[in-house]
Structures are given as C-alpha cells and as structure tokens.
Unconditional design. Structure first.
Length: 202
C-alpha cells in the first residue's frame, strides 16, 4: 500500500504553542505505515517546536519558508522552488486567519490533489486594517477553487473562518478534527490504582 505523503504548512514555529502541540499530538496518533508528515517551516528559525523529537523519528522538516515580510519576490520564489522539487499527495495549510494561503495556491498549480485549510481558532479579537480584511475576503472567495477540504478544530472555528462555506460543505468537504489523544494513557489500570492507594495510605 502506498504511503500518503502530507506536507504540513504553518504547523510548527519556534514557539511551543497550541497549534504546535495539536499537530505534534496528531502526528503521534496517525498510522505511520499509511501516512507520513513533512513540515515546511521558516528558513529563519534555527529550531522549531518538537523538531528534535520529530527528526529522531525520521520526519523531514524543511526550513524553506520565507515570509512576505522578507520580500514578496523572495516569498514566492522560495515557494515555487520548494514545490517544484517536492511531490506530495496532500498539503495542509494551518492558519489562524485567511491572510495567507499561498501554500494552497502553489499546491494547486503543482497539481497536488488534496489541498486543505485547517482553522485553529474561533476568534482572535484583533482589529485589522482594510488591506488585511480585503485580502482575507479575496482568499475566502478563492477557497472553492484552490482548496479541496476545510478543517476546523471545532464547528465554531469553521464557521468563524469560512463563513457560509463551512455549513455548505460540512460533512462533505468540511470536517471537525478533534485533538489527537492516546486514550490508552487514560485507561483504567488496577495496578496503578493499587500503587497510588499505597502511596497515599488509603
């Protein structure tokens, strides 16, 4: 059986934040014989969250992302060169806002069949300027063209980011993906129960 190669964009930074923990726990729970994750991270981060743990397990982490703030030409050139030299079955764009979905655009132009946007929050409370909001509205209208699936950490996160598209595609092209948790870690154990009772003297 062919292993599905998935590129995760925007998943890991140099901060141990919520998205980083979410994706790392998800990676730990997937069937690695069927699915492999690779990560596209900033060229300017020497080491991102969980990098050592992932690399020790053989996961590829590509320090090839150049943000728009480093120059729009450098940004698009880096993305073009990266996608030109790598092949994937799916690309996941992990976002807090829709201000940048360029990974999806390049995935579309390089014929990657599955292109996913994953919303990781339901509200941010930050006031953005008109240019920022116009960019988000443009990207929202482009999603049906460049994106094959919408994901949210909750229904609220999906509706907040994707608006009417979420309800339109829910259950078909839009899905809630909950935290990856190893339930065996929380299963009842008679041995642990007795050990703890002995320690506590009860």
């Amino acid at each position: 059986m062919k292993t599905v190669r998935v590129l995760q964009c925007g998943a890991l930074t140099d901060t141990y934040g919520g998205i980083e923990a979410y994706i790392y726990n998800q990676w730990k729970c997937i069937d690695k014989d069927k699915i492999t994750y690779e990560f596209l991270v900033s060229r300017f981060d020497d080491c991102v969250a969980y990098e050592k743990e992932l690399q020790s397990a053989g996961v590829k982490i590509h320090h090839d992302w150049v943000g728009r703030t480093n120059g729009i030409f450098s940004h698009y050139k880096a993305l073009y060169n990266f996608f030109k030299n790598h092949e994937y079955d799916a690309v996941v764009c992990n976002v807090l806002r829709l201000s940048n979905i360029d990974c999806l655009l390049f995935a579309f132009f390089f014929h990657i069949p599955i292109r996913i946007v994953h919303s990781h929050q339901a509200f941010d409370g930050v006031k953005h300027g008109c240019k920022y909001k116009l960019m988000e509205k443009l990207h929202l209208h482009l999603l049906p063209i460049f994106c094959t699936h919408l994901l949210g950490c909750s229904n609220e996160a999906g509706r907040w980011m994707f608006g009417g598209l979420w309800n339109k595609y829910l259950g078909n092209r839009a899905f809630v993906i909950k935290n990856g948790i190893d339930s065996k870690r929380f299963a009842y154990s008679e041995t642990i129960r007795n050990d703890k009772r002995t320690v506590l003297g009860v």
